[in-house]
Design a protein around this ligand. Structure first.
Ligand code: AHR
Length: 501
């Protein structure tokens, strides 16, 4: 039997709520249809935002939303998306399907969406094909209170008051779609651009996020940091975060594989690749430690999730994929990893929120369904803002097929401000249930709530005709013991157990 030892006397750091963030790009049916349908739509909406989608996202307590891209960000010119809609410029979305982008969702609409969601704002600016002036004026447009050309323009467009810009990304994937730059070139550009991100409201400084690496490109991390830190440690003020992008695709970049039709070996292969996130955070984190030993700069994993071959019959440029129990496990595993690294990981964004890649919601006309990933994010919301507790698993074996071996169980544990402890456990095996003996430092804990996301089959998923195949259900597979709990995790399951004294 495996043992989970929890030392609730040792708090290891705060799990920033932003670790549970989301990403919405002008890509496929994420923004248009998925979120924004326009005020005249017959789909119920508030100021153009789908009511069903907003309500579902609010249940996740979504803390922050990144926008407008992605690759789209480095081709986005914000002035195209303000002013009367009929006059807004139409453009081709060259990255994503070559469709017409009518710019009807722009800065005002994004800020309205964040208002409805009650989340923080994270705008990704254009460094690849934009200018310093353009970026600097966007910041002025969004945040300056008083008389200025951009504040006046904002008022003319109907919004007198400035908004709060919590985070700004200075370019996206500038090693690739954001300009194919070298780390040194980007590092210098970053230094210049970030200079003009002015803090017009000293009480609410804009957090600046520098473009970090793709997957295991440690040279990028070193190159960008050494360039940015050219003058030594005082360069800390240049950045608040450094991003990292990592997608899980079992069969490599070319042949990603079906989201729903996969075999047992591919199950383990996918989970093993999801677990690789731990190595990436550790190794990029080690490099960051050389420049920033006090961990003032957050690692911002602002694109993560599964990336499979798009659903048959859909536009390949739209990246629309289904979401199964396998995605639930990828989410559970990854979020446990982020929690465990909360000393360095300060924000993350699942790609992407609606209708794209590992989405939490899928829509079809007026219909909306919640995916297995949604239900995992819902259970894990209890970790947001809680303190990570020291915890470790003993006597856990490995499971898998051939070279694709993974630990049978992963976990993370936190305690919230009212003293409730949240334990999240994943059983990665598709063959064997797993007994876990949970031991606390103190005794007398009672379960207040326990939930599970699983399926009868690893390929189970929700459809518009059967939206409740995989949902969050009450979990009864535990027994309170003198030392803690005795838990039996069903195969391929993500479980949350909450206890208090
Ligand atoms: O999320 C889809 C794309 O993946 C993003 O636009 C880009 O940043 C990444 O390559």
């Amino acid at each position: 039997m495996a043992k989970l030892v929890i030392n609730e006397e040792n708090r290891l750091g705060r799990i920033e709520p932003e670790i549970y963030g989301h990403f919405s790009e002008h890509l496929g049916r994420c923004i248009y249809e998925g979120i924004y349908v326009g005020e005249d739509s017959k789909i119920p909406n508030v100021n153009g935002m789908r009511t069903d989608v907003v309500e579902a996202l609010k249940e996740l307590k979504i803390p922050v939303l990144r926008w407008p891209g992605g690759c789209f960000a480095d081709e986005y010119h914000w002035r195209d998306g303000i002013g009367p809609k009929e006059k807004r410029k139409k453009m081709i979305n060259t990255h994503w399907g070559g469709v017409v982008e009518d710019n009807s969702f722009g800065t005002h609409e994004y800020m309205e969406l964040c208002r409805q969601l009650g989340c923080k704002t994270y705008v990704n600016a254009n460094l690849g094909s934009g200018t310093v002036q353009e970026m600097s004026e966007w910041v002025e447009y969004m945040t300056f209170k008083g008389v200025s050309p951009m504040a006046d323009l904002r008022a003319q467009n109907g919004h007198e008051e400035p908004w709060t810009l919590d985070y700004i990304g200075v370019g996206n994937e500038n090693w690739g779609c954001g300009g194919n730059m070298t780390p040194e070139f980007y590092g210098n550009e970053y230094r210049r651009y970030q200079t003009y991100v002015r803090n017009y409201d000293a009480a609410k400084p804009v957090q600046k996020i520098c473009c970090g690496a793709n997957v295991d490109d440690y040279e990028w991390t070193k190159g960008v940091l050494s360039t940015t830190f050219y003058h030594g440690k005082e360069a800390h003020g240049f950045m608040d975060g450094l991003s990292l992008h990592y997608y899980t695709h079992p069969n490599g970049w070319e042949e990603k594989g079906s989201a729903t039709d996969f075999d047992e070996e591919t199950w383990y292969k996918t989970l093993k690749k999801a677990l690789y996130m731990d190595t990436l955070i550790t190794r990029h984190g080690n490099i960051m430690d050389e420049y920033d030993p006090e961990k003032k700069i957050g690692m911002i994993v602002d694109e993560w999730g599964t990336w499979f071959t798009c659903e048959p019959g859909t536009n390949p440029g739209f990246l629309y994929q289904q979401n199964t129990v396998r995605d639930a496990l990828v989410a559970g595993i990854t979020l446990n990893i982020f929690n465990k690294h909360c000393d360095r990981v300060k924000m993350a964004a699942l790609a992407q929120m609606v209708n794209v890649l590992q989405a939490v919601l899928l829509t079809e006309g007026e219909k909306m369904i919640k995916t297995p990933t949604y239900h995992v994010m819902h259970m894990y919301r209890h970790h947001q803002g809680a303190d990570l507790l020291e915890s470790s698993l003993c006597d856990v074996g490995e499971t898998g097929i051939g070279e694709w071996t993974v630990p049978e169980v992963t976990e993370s544990v936190s305690i919230d401000s009212s003293g409730v402890i949240t334990i999240t456990l994943n059983n990665l095996s598709i063959e064997q249930e797993k007994k876990v003996d949970v031991q606390f430092a103190n005794c007398g804990y009672k379960v207040t709530e326990a939930n599970i996301v699983t399926g009868n089959d690893m390929r189970d998923h929700n459809t518009f005709d059967a939206p409740e195949n995989v949902t969050e259900k009450t979990f009864a597979g535990y027994r309170e013991t003198a030392e803690g709990l005795s838990v039996t995790l069903p195969v391929n399951s993500v479980v949350e157990i909450r206890v208090s004294r």
